[in-house]
Design a protein around this ligand. Structure first.
Ligand SMILES: C[S@@+](CC[C@H](N)C(=O)[O-])C[C@H]1O[C@@H](n2cnc3c(N)ncnc32)[C@H](O)[C@@H]1O
Ligand code: SF4
Length: 357
């Protein structure tokens, strides 16, 4: 299994909470970026790809012409005839019927929309450029175009959000009948406007919101297959599942990571530097690590425990004490030779995972 991730580092405007690598969209810069992507991709020419994920930033900021160029870079460089999934992230604000049709015709199989909230007031607080009406329009346009595998991202712990408004959000989103939902607790990252404004999400409230979501989505036919992800009809994100199962992937673009031939790489996070360096044949890798057997086992545990299916117990041979500690305190359970989080551990999973480092 080999995945392909392509980072598109452009957004129309930066949201107040976001520290993903993205800068304001400028057409000429995006054209140069695609030329650099094409050149970087040559390193992997002919590789057979199982899943593609085009993320960002906001891939939907690209013009039709630029999307055609991106599709041609993928199709002319890689072997995608056995590809099982192609996902594209969209912001409702830059989604048009024309772009959706193009993606559908380019054999994109899955869309992921950033919605965050159904309340226009919250969307304004977050610095989003769309309202709920615009999201619904983009979403139903996607359905009408023929997409039948759509994810919706929501955030919880938004300033002024209450448990009640969160419950209403989930009830409303359920009516949209999407196949997949991702729920993220708002995290306040350094160097964001939210950080400067000293916004502090209420962790106890976020825990209650998460608990409600787990029960509510289960009652309504969603499978909780990963800590932050729910799917209907087994429409899991195959690409993300490949990360959680510690499989190999190629990452193209600024800030992209790769796990390829036993090395993990990370690319330069500065968009301009990335373009300049690729085009002048200079180094774009800022981090490179050889994955030893020991590291592979640790990563397999840390990534795999995020999945409801858990991790084979054979990987815990060298950390039986940590495993036993968390089985005794009720955070991990062993069933049919697989180690899994218990329900109560899911919201605090990060602190448990860090014990396995
Ligand atoms: C790349 S964006 C999705 C596509 C598009 N850029 C958009 O925002 O509509 C990835 C998702 O990460 C989540 N996210 C980003 N920053 C976050 C933060 N600080 N806390 C929680 N979730 C965050 C949001 O739900 C967002 O939709
Ligand atoms: S959340 Fe999405 S649209 Fe907003 S700044 Fe981050 S990547 Fe861009």
């Amino acid at each position: 299994m080999l995945g392909l991730y392509i980072h598109i580092p452009f957004c129309k405007k930066k949201c107040f909470y976001c520290d993903f690598v993205s800068i304001p969209y400028v057409e000429e810069l995006a054209d140069n970026y695609l030329i650099a992507l094409e050149k970087e991709a040559q390193k992997y020419k002919g590789e057979w790809i199982d899943t593609v994920y085009i993320g960002g930033g906001t891939p939907s900021t690209l013009t039709i012409k630029q999307q055609i160029k991106l599709a041609s870079v993928i199709n002319s460089t890689f072997n995608v005839s056995n590809c099982k999934e192609i996902t594209v992230e969209l912001n409702p604000e830059s989604t048009t019927k024309e772009k959706l049709k193009l993606l559908f015709d380019a054999r994109v199989t899955r869309l992921s929309f950033g919605l965050q909230s159904i309340y226009d007031q919250s969307l304004t607080v977050l610095g989003r450029l769309h309202n709920y009406e615009k999201f619904k329009q983009a979403y139903y346009d996607a359905r009408e175009t023929g997409f039948d595998n759509i994810n919706i991202d929501l955030m919880y712990g938004i300033p002024n959000q209450t448990l009640n408004s969160w419950k209403k959000t989930l009830k409303e989103v359920l009516k949209l009948d999407s196949q997949h939902i991702s729920l993220y607790p708002l995290t306040v990252e350094p160097n964001t406007p939210f950080y400067k404004k000293k916004i502090e999400p209420n962790g106890d409230l976020q825990a209650k919101m998460y608990e409600f979501a787990c029960e509510f989505l289960k009652e309504n036919g969603f499978e909780h297959y990963e800590i932050s992800n729910w799917a209907k009809e087994k429409k899991y994100s195959l690409h993300n599942r490949l990360y959680w199962k510690n499989k190999k992937y190629i990452g193209l673009g600024t800030s992209a990571s790769s796990y390829y031939k036993r090395y993990r790489y990370k690319n330069n996070t500065n968009v301009i530097k990335y373009i300049e360096n690729v085009l002048s044949n200079k180094n774009i890798v800022i981090d490179k690590e050889f994955i030893t057997d020991d590291l592979y086992i640790k990563e397999t545990i840390m990534l795999g425990l995020r999945l409801a299916e858990g991790v084979n117990i054979k990987y815990f041979e060298n950390c039986k004490d940590v495993l036993n500690k968390h089985v005794v305190n009720g955070m991990l359970a062993v069933e049919n030779n697989r180690v899994k989080f218990t329900q109560k551990a899911l919201f605090v999973s990060n602190s448990i995972l860090s014990d396995f480092i």
